[in-house]
Design a protein around this ligand. Sequence first.
Ligand code: NAD
Ligand code: UDP
Length: 393
Amino acid sequence: MATRVDLDGNLIKPMTICMIGAGGFIGSHLCEKLMAETPHTVLAVDVYNDKIKHLLDPPPPEQQGGRHPWDGRIQFHRLNIKNDSRLEGLIKMSDLTINLAAICTPADYNTRPLDTIYSNFIDALPVVKYCSENGKRLIHFSTCEVYGKTIGFFLSKDHPLRQDPMFYVLKEDASPCIFGPIEKQRWSYACAKQLVERLIYAEGAENGLEFTIVRPFNWIGPRMDFIPGIDGPNEGVPRVLACFSNNLLRGEPLKLVDGGQSQRTFVYIKDAVEAVLLMIENPNRANGQIFNVGNPNNEVTIKQLAEMMTQVYSKVSGEQPLEQPTIDISSKQFYGDGYDDSDKRIPDMTIINRQLGWHPKTPLWDLLETTLTYQHRTYAESIKRALAKTVAS
Ligand code: NAD
Ligand code: UDP
């Protein structure tokens, strides 16, 4: 493997990374990148490993002599960080800890608020403590949702200041965090994440913890979440990419919550993990920073996302779109009581550009084409079988 240098031209030494939540969507892509492109070792901690099995299981003997090029550099540790004393040992053995573990699907925030708060706040505490006490570096995954609603949201719909970026662009060191009332339990997740950010920042200020906080803005791509009834519970509600994929695969209209008027910026997972690798390998530039990681050029309303996904899916599957490709549904019907929404999420990119020189590359159409090709290849046959079974019974 070629020698690696950081952004300042210094040699990068191989490191050991304790990655908690490594078996999830982001973790699986980060593990792949670390195995393919770097000499670093990953201690992969999770309760599941299905999404990284291809990295863990040796290939058949006729391929590459039954060994991966990264043989010996990734170990899976099946443990629940809520209650496992092995966690501190793994953090102590590592140079860096990356914490991705969380309940992070909005359908859970108002229906399982206690689990959401415990997972995102209480369970993160020992990780912060062990890193701080043992002098270990921490990259913690927070969320763009800590910004909540934009300031512009509170102006009337036709107010000219709504068009002023000051009223909607989200900036790490300037924007406030604006959540709804307590009875809107949607905000349980954002609030838990915000308090962990404040704790980590305080550990940095008072005890010298070396930390980086990542605020992902809707990272999407293959392996995100699950398809209900196929590799996840029948009644489960994943994030929007998987909800819409599921509808397209089943030939159902896509459900637009409250008309799909909320706006999001979507970034391709492969672009986003480039940013995380830069953080891993450039501690001098990443320590003490909070980074927005998103693609401000890929903004759409959820209605526009549904329309684009419908077109892209038709292209990659060869199937004609439905005559009525979308239907409106109220948030109360879709998510239940206590749901609320972020209106608009445009990340300011000044800090990540300045510190790491990172820019997202992939346009929305292209990333949807790659992702929906993957969804079609992975799930279309199993969905057909499941639908045939339902008709037969
Ligand atoms: P994910 O659900 O795919 O991954 C989380 C992983 O953590 C899962 O594999 C889960 O099994 C594991 N985990 C949860 N609790 C655990 C526990 N107690 N012990 C061990 N493992 C546990 O989610 P993701 O999209 O990969 O997100 C990773 C992180 O990034 C989360 O902290 C999330 O809040 C944050 N984030 C992601 C996005 C995004 O766009 N994907 C947006 C905002 C924030
Ligand atoms: N959404 C939708 N239909 C669905 C799933 C989600 O209209 O089937 C909307 C949801 O109300 C929100 C947006 O899509 O406005 C993004 O939802 P997601 O679950 O991806 O997470 P968020 O970006 O809110 O964290």
